[in-house]
Design a protein around this ligand. Structure first.
Ligand code: NDG
Length: 374
């Protein structure tokens, strides 16, 4: 047996613990995620579904059973809400976990790896780069509706799958600690990036501070609203929000900001040529309109004001996390070449600068859109 057949045999063994219909014809690596190992499982039996198999990264998600409880809770809640919504298609609009024969939502193998299986949604696609305002608008609607449907879920029922995930003050402490350790002696290669982080540390803590003062409510937020976490159908209509691992209590500005980070910039998240990093304001406006259409009935005025702050905060946090991982020796994110995390950090920081330079425009667009839909 060569290595590939061996690997596929292992994956098929893992799949045999789940309630799978039909017979599998292939199992292949899938997607562009930085955290888990994801495989598309193709069914050889007509009219039987395809699946998505994931090996959950338990270095990142330290408590997988609690993580899976969150996902069960959230998918159940979304499904119930959609079942009562005229015209909704719960089977296509919510992820479906496939249980194991022991009726668990995950399987742990002898080596301690955790696995789960979802139904693969046929005929859908996601975009790493947004091409049209219509796509951006649909993405805004999808993430907005996600928040709206979960607005009545008691946040106390959710576990923090990664504590302090978007807490920038905590991220800054981890960064300073990595600088102190400096295990690969990389800190001296990046003085400009370090200065970039430190100059903005205070200002970027605004949302944290407002939250602490009780001026921004904690809600059930997605916390990883990269645009490619929305599945669109063949007409480019948003169907389903995926990657529910980080659904936790958070601030709405986090979801808005992370989605803007990946919607308005037509260059890649790790673009090397920083001159290509730009903000497309048509996409910003279209996303904002879709998002507020679904959320402005329940967002407070202070939350609306916080949205443009989220738009600069999230690329800042991502750049900070990429840079921390680079300094620390690349333990967290999958990298595809040695300086990948540094390149990612630089691209994110460039995006922060472009967004900062256009802050007035972002604020006006958000405010005008909110006024129209109130
Ligand atoms: C991963 C990260 C997310 C980040 C993204 C960058 C986790 C669990 O990569 O935070 O925005 O592309 O760390 N997820 O999805």
């Amino acid at each position: 047996m060569n290595e590939n057949t061996n690997a596929e045999a292992n994956l098929r063994e893992v799949l045999s613990h789940f309630i799978i219909e039909g017979s599998i014809s292939s199992v292949r690596l899938y997607g562009s995620g930085h955290i888990h190992d994801t495989y598309a499982v193709t069914n050889g039996t007509p009219d039987s579904p395809d699946y998505l198999l994931q090996r959950i990264n338990h270095n990142v998600f330290k408590n997988v059973p609690l993580l899976m409880e969150n996902i069960e809770l959230v998918t159940r809640h979304l499904r119930q809400k959609l079942e009562n919504l005229p015209g909704a298609r719960p089977d296509e609009e919510v992820l479906t976990l496939v249980p194991t024969h022991a009726q668990q939502s995950f399987y742990q193998d002898a080596e301690g790896n955790f696995w789960r299986v979802y139904l693969l949604l046929d005929g859908t696609r996601s975009y790493d780069i947004v091409e049209t305002p219509q796509q951006a608008h649909e993405g805004g609607k999808a993430f907005g509706k996600f928040l709206a449907l979960l607005a009545d879920l008691d946040t106390n029922q959710l576990h923090d799958s990664i504590p302090d995930f978007h807490n920038v003050e905590s991220r800054l402490r981890l960064f300073e600690a990595a600088l102190q350790r400096n295990p690969k002696d990389r800190a001296r290669q990046v003085p400009q990036e370090i200065a970039f982080v430190q100059q903005r540390a205070e200002q970027m803590s605004t949302i944290c501070r407002l939250g602490r003062e009780g001026r921004l409510p904690l809600r059930t937020t997605h916390n990883d609203t990269k645009f490619n976490n929305v599945l669109l159908d063949k007409y480019d209509k948003a169907l389903c929000v995926i990657d529910l691992d980080t659904v936790m209590p958070g601030y709405v500005a986090y979801d808005f900001g992370d989605a803007i980070r990946t919607t308005v910039n037509k260059a890649a998240e790790d673009e090397k040529d920083l001159s290509k990093i730009n903000v497309d304001f048509h996409l910003f406006k279209a996303f904002t309109e879709g998002f507020l259409q679904e959320t402005c009935s329940f967002l407070t005025q202070e939350e609306i004001v916080s949205l443009p702050l989220g738009a600069t905060l999230l690329p800042y946090i991502m750049g900070l996390r990429f840079l921390t991982d680079y300094i620390d020796g690349d333990h967290y994110y999958k990298i595809h070449f040695p300086e990948h995390n540094l390149q990612r950090a630089r691209a994110q920081f460039r995006l922060v600068e472009v967004l900062e330079a256009n802050m007035d425009l972002l604020r006006n667009t958000v405010q005008e859109t909110a006024t129209l839909c109130k």
